[in-house]
Design a binder for this molecule. Structure first.
Ligand code: OAD
Length: 260
C-alpha cells in the first residue's frame, strides 16, 4: 500500500466530519518521520540487550536509577534529548493539528516526550509520559522549561537549592501523571466516536484500551502503522503506511468535506 485506499479514506473523512469526539493516539512511529529513533523494532533504542553501562535500557531509564545513580540515568535521558534536538515536526504532526482545528472535539494522546505535537500547534494534547523539555527539582518546588540541554551539567543541579533536577518524564516503574490520567478518563467516559492509533506498538494497556473500547462499542477505528501490533486485529481499518504519508491524506479529505 502506498496511499490510503480511496473508499476507506472517504468513509473515515465522513466519520471524522460527523464526530464530536475523536481520539488520536500517537507513539514514537510518528516522530520516526522526523528522524527520531523508535523504542522498539528495527533501529529501536531497546533492541540492544544492554546499554554501554551493562544494564538494560529499561533499568537505566527507571525511577530507581534516577534515585540511586542519577548520573547514569541522566546519561541516557540526555541521549534521548540529543536525538530530539535537531528534530522538527513533520507533516504527520501538522496533519493532526489540522484535524484538531477542523474538529474541535479532537484530542491527541501521545506517549512521546519530544514536544513535537506542541511544536506543530496541537493544544488538546495529553502527554501521558511527560515532556523532556520540562525540568523540575526533586527537592524544592523549582521548575523550568528548556528548549534543549545544551550546556547543562549532567546531572544538573537546581539553581535555587542545588538539589537534583530531573525531566518531567515518566521513567520505568513510575506512576503516570495524575492530571493526564484524569483527562484521559474523561475522554474515555464520554466515548470517542472515532479512534485513530498511529505509530505505536501499543505496549501499554492504557494505550490499547481506547482501541478495545472502540471495538466493543462498535465505534470506527483506524490503525496507521507499517507493522502489525497488538491492536491491529481490533482496528476496523488498517493502513500499513507511514504516519507522514497517511495523516495528511486524511486531513486533506476531512478539510474538503468540512469546507464543502
Ligand atoms: P515503539 O518504539 O514501541 O513503537 C513504534 C511503532 O511505530 C512501531 O509499531 C513501528 O512499527 C511504528 N512505526 C515506525 N515508523 C513508523 C512511521 N513512519 N509511521 C507510523 N508508524 C511507524 O514506540 P511507542 O509505542 O511510542 O515510554 O513506545 C511506547 C513507550 O515505550 C514510549 O513512550 C516509552 C517506551 O518505553 C516511556 O519512556 C515511559
Amino acid at each position: 500500500m502506498s496511499a490510503p485506499p480511496p473508499d476507506e479514506l472517504r468513509e473515515l473523512a465522513r466519520v471524522a466530519a460527523a464526530a464530536d469526539r475523536i481520539l488520536i493516539i500517537t507513539g514514537a512511529g510518528i516522530s520516526a518521520d522526523s528522524g527520531l529513533p523508535t523504542y522498539r523494532g528495527i533501529g529501536g533504542l531497546y533492541v540492544r540487550e544492554q546499554t554501554a553501562d551493562a544494564v538494560p535500557i529499561e533499568v537505566a531509564l527507571s525511577g530507581e536509577m534516577m534515585r540511586d545513580d542519577p548520573a547514569l540515568c541522566w546519561k541516557y535521558i540526555a541521549q534521548i534529548e540529543n536525538a530530539c534536538r535537531a528534530a522538527v515536526a513533520n507533516p504527520g504532526h501538522v496533519a493532526i493539528r489540522r484535524i484538531e482545528t477542523l474538529r474541535p472535539g479532537c484530542w491527541t494522546l501521545t506517549q512521546n516526550v519530544d514536544g513535537l505535537h506542541r511544536a506543530a500547534g496541537s493544544q488538546r494534547l495529553i502527554e501521558i509520559h511527560g515532556n523532556v523539555q520540562r525540568l523540575y527539582c526533586t527537592v524544592c518546588a523549582h521548575s523550568e522549561r528548556r528548549a534543549d540541554f545544551e550546556g547543562l551539567d549532567i546531572p544538573p543541579a537546581c539553581p535555587r537549592c542545588a538539589g537534583l533536577l530531573r525531566p518531567d518524564v515518566v521513567l520505568f516503574n513510575e506512576m503516570l501523571p495524575e492530571p493526564a490520567v484524569e483527562t484521559l478518563h474523561g475522554i474515555m467516559a464520554a466515548g470517542p466516536q472515532l479512534v485513530i492509533s498511529v505509530g505505536t506498538s501499543s505496549a501499554f494497556p492504557y494505550i490499547a484500551a481506547p482501541m478495545w473500547q472502540a471495538r466493543e462499542q462498535g465505534v470506527p477505528s483506524l490503525e496507521i502503522n507499517p507493522d502489525i501490533t497488538p491492536v491491529s486485529d481490533l482496528a476496523r481499518y488498517r493502513w500499513p503506511l507511514r504516519a507522514a504519508e497517511a495523516l495528511p491524506a486524511l486531513a486533506d479529505a476531512l478539510e474538503a468535506l468540512v469546507r464543502a
